[in-house]
Design a protein around this ligand. Structure first.
Ligand SMILES: [Zn+2]
Length: 467
């Protein structure tokens, strides 16, 4: 009996992990970190209901930490099998996991020093040393088309248009001469965005569909992103403030860079220094040049040019790697833009920038990504007057701007557009990767529009895949 267990991203947007058991083998699809409320984060410390030694294979839809960030624990707990992913996902996973381990270490040190942790003895979930064995287990699979994980499991990848390398996976299980098709949407991106390609919908008839529902109850704000960004930048510069954008160094950061570059060239904004502050900070340009198949950018690189041919870097662009360089940004009193992780202000160096910049009404914080329940990002979005940072209540005086136009996730109608392109109704649909209201809203929309059977996935539930 083929079956699937929801080990995460059920009733919440993080911790994506799906265990497929069929034909005597176990396959783990994604291995994400839980983020957000303490209740969710505590799950990261609990062992899986299945011994990782008993899992045979793993495969990744994309590199975001809520899909990969628990891999170091899985491997520490005994998983020795291959972790399949396409080249861009492997490269990004390496960067993200190292960054995550570094940040956890920096935070643990800080918590020990300042004694504000809710744990008696603060420690990190994993260290940079725990990341190395994971990297050795990452195995390349093709960016598109079919790939045999094993005689039982065959996957076909489709570009999900969410970040570099992001995929929807169509899994065909062969069990006792029978074939079962399970489609994993992964995270679905946007249609008609700059940089990344449009999402593509898998083409086979699915027996079971596992579909994300992050924005299942919402549309993104309308409006020209360039114009809105120009207005914010000019408003903040005029009053002598700075802008903090919580985001990881790769992905949304390049969308901002792309628009800022364009606005600078068109002289619609001043040339501002932009700091990308991360222990793993790197110029993402090379990554985008290497993975051309995922986007529609053109790079014109000339020797000695001032970066004009590089659409992803603004004219004054700084990468900061060490904690000292990061702290030095505090001394920048002239208007600047600081991009720093984490995107939901749940941890990372952006916390220090928040302490520094939030109390000043001249500054602005741009929230562009999904802000999960229980995160500081959500609190800011909901108008919090103070924010708890390093054990102190920091007043929120800075302007908080939400820019859904920069979201990497499909809005409700884009999710429905992706679903409309499926060749036939799945026999069963499970909605995951959404908070309860979002998942339920998408469930209702699917039942109303398509008349399909759709259920909201429940954490740790096991469901049959073969009817
Ligand atoms: Zn994602």
């Amino acid at each position: 009996m083929a079956k699937l267990t929801f080990l995460g991203a059920a009733g919440c947007v993080t911790g994506s992990k799906y265990l497929v058991e069929a034909a005597g083998k176990r396959l783990l699809v994604d291995c994400g970190l839980f983020q957000g409320t303490n209740e969710l984060k505590d799950r990261n410390w609990k062992p899986l209901p299945v011994d990782p030694k008993q899992i045979d294979f793993a495969v990744l839809t994309h590199a975001h930490l809520d899909h990969t960030g628990w891999l170091p624990v899985l491997v520490k707990d005994g998983y020795r099998g291959p972790i399949f992913a396409n080249p861009a996902t492997i490269e990004l996973t390496e960067i993200l996991l190292k960054d995550s381990a570094h940040l956890q270490e920096e935070e643990t040190e800080h918590a020990k020093f300042k004694k504000y942790s809710r744990h008696a003895e603060p420690r990190s979930l994993y260290t940079p040393e725990d990341v190395d064995p994971v990297l050795k287990q990452l195995k390349t699979m093709p960016r598109s088309g079919g790939f045999d994980i094993s005689p039982q499991f065959h996957v076909v990848s489709f570009d999900a248009g969410h970040i570099l390398g992001s995929s929807s996976l169509e899994l065909t299980i062969t069990e006792g001469g029978k074939k079962i098709v399970v489609v994993f949407s992964g995270d679905i991106g946007r249609y008609g965005q700059v940089i990344l390609k449009d999402p593509t919908t898998p083409t086979s008839n699915a027996d079971v569909l596992i579909c994300e529902s992050t924005y299942g109850d919402r549309e993104h704000e309308e409006g020209d992103p360039a114009e809105l960004l120009a207005q914010i930048v000019n408003r903040v510069v005029k009053r002598g403030g700075s802008i903090v954008i919580p985001a990881f160094a790769i992905g949304r950061t390049q969308t901002f860079m792309y628009y800022l570059h364009q606005l600078e060239d068109q002289q619609r904004i001043l040339h501002l220094p932009v700091y990308v502050d991360s222990p793993m900070a790197l110029s993402a340009t090379d990554l985008y040049i290497k993975h051309k198949e995922d986007h529609d950018l053109e790079f014109v690189r000339e020797e000695g040019s001032d970066g004009k041919g590089d659409p992803l870097n603004v004219h004054e662009f700084h990468l900061t790697r060490s904690p000292e360089e990061s702290k030095a940004i505090n001394n920048v009193k002239t208007p600047c833009i600081i991009i720093s992780a984490s995107g939901m202000v749940s941890g990372g160096r952006v916390l220090h920038h928040m302490v520094q910049r939030l109390p000043d009404a001249r500054n602005a914080v741009i929230l562009a990504g999904f802000q999960a329940e229980g995160t500081r990002g959500r609190a800011l979005q909901e108008g919090a007057k103070t924010l708890n940072l390093f054990g102190q209540a920091v007043p929120v005086c800075a302007e908080i701007v939400e820019m859904g136009q920069f979201s990497a996730h499909a809005g409700k109608s884009e999710l429905l557009r992706w679903l409309t392109a499926l060749p036939a109704p799945p026999k069963q649909t499970y909605l995951t990767h959404g908070e309860p209201e979002a998942a339920q809203a998408l469930q209702a929309a699917i039942q109303e529009r398509f008349k399909w059977k759709a259920a909201v996935a429940r954490y740790l539930d096991t469901v049959p895949l073969d009817g």
